[in-house]
Design a binder for this molecule. Structure first.
Ligand code: ZN
Length: 278
């Protein structure tokens, strides 16, 4: 597996993502030839807006990712949910970029060497210094294209969920302001790029699997994270999609287990029998 993609999605990918975000494709279709020009203008505007909220991202080359050991699966459909995790590592006070890049490497090593996965499991990682890193290979190009790269972070739901791992353990402690700000921006970007409604799409790991992840404190912040993402989108003129009703593949809200394994990097079930990849 080569690792040659760039951190910046190309223009065509951005436009494809924007079509989904704005619903402009359907609009153009309904209007026919007469509506094409204005629909195209709307699409270009929407793509610029989504691009404007995208956080600065450190792609895999920046953190020295190992190549994936198997083929990366990309689905030509957007994810339905954005799942918030904590990394179950220490609440470090090292907020440097160097520390953030090391964190990405250590998570990947754990996922590949201990879990036996083909790559790091989550699609994105955010450090306590607020640095945002690409996780699983091909994530950035997939978001830009409105596609879903399948990871390993939420058991049995990896085909429909994109995952963000947030550095730290949030059972009792709060995330840093820098992390929270980057997380809100990342959520706004993903909701815009995929045409998701923040209020129905943003969920915690514990909403799907029996785990405490992302910790009581970060989990209780979900309403404010959703508000923050919606506010950011509105400020940038990004259309907010209709709220989606949970279907058969929606969250099941299992009880939080009392005796969950307690070790670094473990934040609950990440792969299940229904998952397509590892
Ligand atoms: Zn988790």
């Amino acid at each position: 597996m080569t690792n040659t993609h760039r951190s910046e999605p190309d223009r065509r990918s951005i436009l494809r993502g924007a079509v989904i975000a704005s619903g402009a494709a359907a609009l153009g279709g309904a209007l026919g030839a007469a509506g094409t020009a204005s629909a195209s203008a709307r699409t270009a505007d929407a793509s610029a807006s989504v691009e404007a909220v995208r956080p600065y991202l450190y792609w895999r080359g920046a953190w020295g990712a190992r190549p994936a050991s198997g083929s990366i699966r990309v689905l030509a459909t957007p994810p339905r949910y954005i799942v918030i995790h904590h990394t179950a590592t220490s609440n470090s006070t090292d907020y440097t970029l160097d520390h953030a890049l090391r964190l990405s490497r250590s998570i990947q090593n754990f996922h590949m060497d201990t879990n036996g996965w083909i790559d790091t499991g989550q699609q994105l990682t955010i450090s306590r210094g607020g640095h945002v890193m690409e996780g699983r290979d091909r994530t950035l190009e997939s978001v830009g294209a409105g596609d879903h790269v399948v990871g390993a972070h939420v058991a049995n739901y990896n085909g429909t969920c994109i995952g963000i791992e947030n550095e730290g353990l949030y059972t009792n402690a709060s995330p840093t302001r820098a992390l929270t700000d980057s997380l809100v921006q990342t959520l706004a970007w993903l909701c815009g790029a995929y045409g998701l409604n923040p209020y129905s799409a943003i969920l915690g790991h514990r909403d799907f699997n029996a785990t405490a992840c992302p910790g009581e404190v970060l989990y209780s912040m979900l309403p404010e994270l959703r508000d923050g993402a919606a506010r950011t989108m509105r400020a940038q003129g990004i259309a907010i999609a209709e709220r989606e009703e949970p279907g058969g593949d929606g969250p099941t809200y299992p009880p939080v287990p009392e005796n969950e394994p307690d070790h670094e990097f473990y934040h609950g079930p990440a792969r299940g029998t229904e998952d397509l990849t590892r």
